[in-house]
Design a protein around this ligand. Structure first.
Ligand SMILES: C[S@@+](CC[C@H](N)C(=O)[O-])C[C@H]1O[C@@H](n2cnc3c(N)ncnc32)[C@H](O)[C@@H]1O
Length: 367
């Protein structure tokens, strides 16, 4: 991996941080995510809500079923999961839908967008015996040609999309590039930002009120990502679960080192240049920026809440039916929803192709 990065720097000069992340995380042979579907969970580097057990998928299945019911039970509909790791969440959702509503399951096509061949194989293997019309694709082209009403969603994928690193120096923004010294050690070198670039346009929105030394992350890829995903739906919802903040909180004065983290063996780190390909590299999501990109595509934010309150609302019918009464189920529910676990760190944002955003949601997102 390091040889690949050094070779690229030797050929083309310092790499922008998104270029570096494309190799470190997504190189199809030695990228972090290409290596194994076991990166997530007890024996991996970090947990996600999927690691907690099937309850997350069971609750999502109820939300998707509500969408189907509220949208006149379309005869054919699609759930598109983006970045499905080993297929476990897909398995939990399809199994729950099959159990709760055979008619909704009958008319469902469950699609997965997975760019990495190793993960696609793991998903196909895991889901081979499941009762659903399943499509696992490397690209969205075929799904775009046969778009259906439905839902596209992702858990912890937005934070894994490549991002730029920027730093205030001499009262101006500079972009941090990845460079190599004569001993092949990687280091950051600052570079001016082209005024006509998409990065400069994003930074213009952030303004200039940051002190020298302030470092943060900026994504310029939300628009293209949302456009490709939403074009697989005739109409419907986009739902994202992730850690992050609305812009005013994201760019608080106190967050002067940004939110970039690495994860390896359940330990968080701050140096993304240390062992490329061996650790996850991530940054929080700016939900305001995401919402602005979605609005350009006529998808309007209809919900923005903590994961805790979103899932607690969905769990009410299960609680009333005593389906969440055994100690294991209660412990799982608490892991997903309690503020000290995943409940307040994670947010859920939902966009709809129909209707307007409630003013409270616009206010929460500072739109
Ligand atoms: C942190 S993992 C989350 C996996 C899974 N959703 C879960 O909750 O366990 C991030 C995943 O996002 C996927 N990913 C990143 N960029 C993507 C893209 N443009 N399209 C689809 N998946 C992507 C990666 O392959 C990786 O599997």
């Amino acid at each position: 991996m390091i040889e690949k990065i050094l070779c690229k720097i030797a050929l083309q000069g310092p790499l922008s941080f998104p270029e570096y992340l494309e190799i470190a995380l997504y190189d199809p042979i030695s990228g972090y995510y290409a290596g194994s579907s076991q990166r997530i969970g007890r024996n991996g580097d970090f947990y996600t809500s999927v690691s907690v057990g099937p309850l997350f998928g069971q609750l999502l299945a109820r939300h998707f079923l509500n969408w189907w019911e509220n949208n006149h039970r379309p005869r054919r509909w699609r759930i598109l999961e983006i970045g499905a790791n080993d297929g476990r969440l897909a398995e939990d959702i399809i199994t729950a839908l099959h159990a709760v509503s055979p008619p909704a399951w009958q008319s469902l096509e469950y699609a997965i967008l997975e760019p990495l061949p190793g993960l696609r194989a793991a998903q196909q293997d895991r889901l081979k015996n499941l009762p659903a019309k399943l499509r696992v694709s490397a690209s969205l082209t075929d799904l775009q040609q046969t778009s259906l009403p439905g839902i596209a969603f992702a858990n912890e994928v937005l934070d894994a999309l490549p991002f730029h690193l920027v730093k205030r120096m001499d009262q101006a923004w500079q972009e941090l590039y990845v460079n190599a010294d004569s001993c092949d050690r990687l280091f950051f070198s600052p570079s001016p930002i082209a005024p006509d670039s998409s990065l400069a346009a994003r930074l213009a929105k952030l303004g200039e009120k940051f002190p020298d030394g302030y470092q943060t992350e900026v994504r310029t890829n939300f628009g293209a990502f949302l456009e490709s995903v939403s074009s697989c739906l005739l109409e419907g919802s986009l739902i994202f679960f992730d850690y992050g903040f609305a812009a005013p909180e994201y760019y608080e004065d106190s967050r002067s080192n940004g939110t970039l983290r690495t994860y390896s063996n359940h330990q968080a780190g701050e140096n993304p240049l240390l062992r490329p390909g061996e650790a996850d590299i991530t940054a929080h999501v700016d939900f305001t920026d995401l919402a602005m990109a979605a609005r350009k595509l006529d998808f309007h934010p209809t919900g923005f809440s903590t994961q805790g309150s979103f899932l607690t609302h969905l769990a009410r019918p299960m609680m009333l039916n005593n389906e969440l009464s055994d100690p294991k189920a209660i412990a799982r529910f608490q892991s997903l929803t309690h503020p000290a676990h995943l409940g307040s760190r994670f947010h859920v944002i939902e966009f709809s192709s129909k209707g307007e955003s409630p003013s409270l949601i616009k206010q929460r997102l500072a739109l």
